[in-house]
Design a protein around this ligand. Structure first.
Ligand SMILES: Nc1ncnc2c1ncn2[C@@H]1O[C@H](COP(=O)(O)OP(=O)(O)OP(=O)(O)O)[C@@H](O)[C@H]1O
Ligand SMILES: [Mg+2]
Length: 273
């Protein structure tokens, strides 16, 4: 378990573009306590991936601070497992060797970890494909290999960006349960980005909701149900109340955005006239 809290304070990120500067994040404050599971919901393009990449130490913010415990994060966090929105598997390595890449990247021998890699591939239903190459797999199958790669070194910190997006509903449910159990058992601190409201609430201690770009955190819901949870928890009235609140937060954000856009369009039209 990560004994240290991961914290961002006043995080801003701007990207230069041909049409001027894109402000992706505008003052994000977020702390993930040791062992806490935090899900992030927000409309497409609001800066979720950008925030995750910066928190994992893979990109620098324009402003603000990222700290792990009392140390600033200035480069890739080696104690983290990261699963990106695109799977980033290496096409010239078998599935198993893609999973074992974690150890090679850290200059460690792979042989002692082969069995663990196979166990994980088995868990996600990919044991038969261990020696096959990513180009032979479907999108969902590739994602499952990427999940194994993010977990194989038992990271105390885990970053997952829409990890189950390309999966069919039942496989997704199964992996939600597996991930929930794994993370609770190991006390892993997790930042989990998703578009699935149910999935976000099912897994998390806390769900944070981001505004449309420029991304800020505009609300949060604490899911006060013991973890790990059985899949049936999603039918409990309490759980349904949590997801209802999250849905309303997202809808309100969208309506505010639409109203702001209408006001802006109105101003342009008025000045054209
Ligand atoms: N490297 C980059 N260069 C320029 N603009 C970028 C870059 N990365 C992201 N952006 C812009 O920053 C904003 C946030 O992007 P980001 O990928 O973080 O959104 P997201 O919330 O993850 O969206 P989605 O749900 O669609 O994955 C977008 O407007 C995007 O175009
Ligand atoms: Mg994204």
């Amino acid at each position: 378990m990560s004994a240290r809290a991961l914290q961002v304070a006043g995080l801003t990120k701007e990207f230069p573009s041909d049409d001027g500067t894109i402000v992706a994040l505008a003052g994000v404050d977020l702390t993930i306590a040791p062992g806490e599971f935090v899900s992030v919901l927000g409309p497409s393009g609001c800066g979720k991936s950008t925030m995750m990449t910066i928190m994992a130490g893979l990109d620098a913010p324009t402003g603000g601070r990222v700290t792990l415990g009392d140390r600033p994060v200035t480069g890739p966090l080696l104690e983290a497992g990261v699963m990106f929105q695109r799977d980033l598997l290496l096409d010239w390595r078998s599935c198993e060797d893609n999973v074992l890449l974690q150890f090679q990247m850290r200059g460690l021998a792979t042989a002692p970890h082969r069995e663990r890699a196979r166990e994980l591939l088995e868990m996600v239903g990919m044991a038969r494909f261990a020696r096959r190459y990513p180009r032979e797999l479907s999108g969902g199958m590739r994602q499952r290999v990427a999940i194994c790669r993010a977990l194989v070194h038992r990271p105390p910190l885990l970053f997952m960006d829409e990890p189950f997006g390309a999966l069919d509903a039942l496989t997704r449910e199964g992996l939600n349960v597996e991930l929930g159990e794994l993370a609770a058992r190991a006390g892993t601190s997790v930042l989990f980005v998703t578009h699935g409201i149910d999935e976000a609430a099912f897994l998390a201690d806390r769900v944070v909701v981001m505004s449309p770009r420029p991304g800020r955190i505009v609300g949060e819901v604490r899911i006060d149900l013991p973890r790990p949870r059985p899949i049936e928890v999603r039918e409990h009235p309490e759980f349904v109340r949590y997801t209802g609140r999250l849905r309303r937060m997202l809808t309100d954000g969208r309506q505010e955005e639409a109203a702001a856009r209408l006001r802006a369009d109105g101003t342009e039209e008025a000045s054209d006239a």
